[in-house]
Design a binder for this molecule. Structure first.
Ligand SMILES: CC(C)(COP(=O)(O)OP(=O)(O)OC[C@H]1O[C@@H](n2cnc3c(N)ncnc32)[C@H](O)[C@@H]1OP(=O)(O)O)[C@@H](O)C(=O)NCCC(=O)NCCS
Length: 162
């Protein structure tokens, strides 16, 4: 298994982030929009790097934010060729950890109910469904799909040395 490291996105990584988004979601996210999302209050992004430092490449990313005591995973993606190797799990664990350390009480996310792989990842990590937005996503085939709202309860004692 090659090494995996999750690190905060720097300005030098923005083109890679745009590329990873397109390779994860099969649709583009324009660089200016991505840049302004990450620059919005409380927001940040990480990239999962595979391989040795000299030859590493980006495998996936997270965009998240913490606002008013609540954390939110805005986007999580792993390039198609990199899936089922633990990258999504590592990115999610790292994001929950960073959000917990920033002091949030809970982490929320939205996921299409037609995305069982992602739902399995989130449930397995401890997220639970707390709501549903009916017909929230419009898929390319014209179908409307509901979004599940999932919540991870942060137990402060898990993230404190006291
Ligand atoms: C969802 C996604 C991030 C998972 O990334 P990944 O690197 O493949 O996930 P991991 O290898 O860390 O998987 C961890 C666990 O999640 C679950 N899981 C992940 N993908 C799954 C799939 N396609 N089917 C079923 N379970 C899946 C499994 O329990 C898996 O553990 P296992 O491999 O030991 O069975 C990736 O498939 C992706 O980028 N999809 C497209 C974008 C997307 O849907 N993002 C989430 C939108 S909210």
């Amino acid at each position: 298994m090659t090494a995996l490291a999750v690190q905060p996105v720097t300005t030098a990584d923005l083109d890679l982030l745009v590329d990873l988004y397109a390779r994860s979601f099969d649709e583009p996210y324009a660089r200016p929009a991505l840049e302004s999302l990450i620059a919005s209050p409380g927001a940040w992004a990480t990239i999962a790097w595979r391989g040795d430092p000299a030859e590493r490449y980006g495998a996936g990313f997270v965009i998240a934010r913490a606002v008013a005591g609540e954390g939110e995973i805005l986007s999580l993606g792993v390039a198609v060729a990199e899936r089922r190797r633990g990258t999504g799990q590592a990115l999610l664990n790292d994001a929950v950890f960073r959000l917990a350390l920033s002091g949030v009480d809970a982490v929320f996310l939205e996921v299409g109910e037609d995305n069982p792989g992602a739902v399995a990842l989130y449930r397995g990590t401890g997220f639970r469904e707390v709501g549903r937005r009916r017909g929230y996503y419009l898929r390319k085939n014209g179908h409307r799909v509901s979004a599940l709202i999932m919540r991870y309860p942060v137990r402060k004692s898990d993230y404190s040395s006291k």
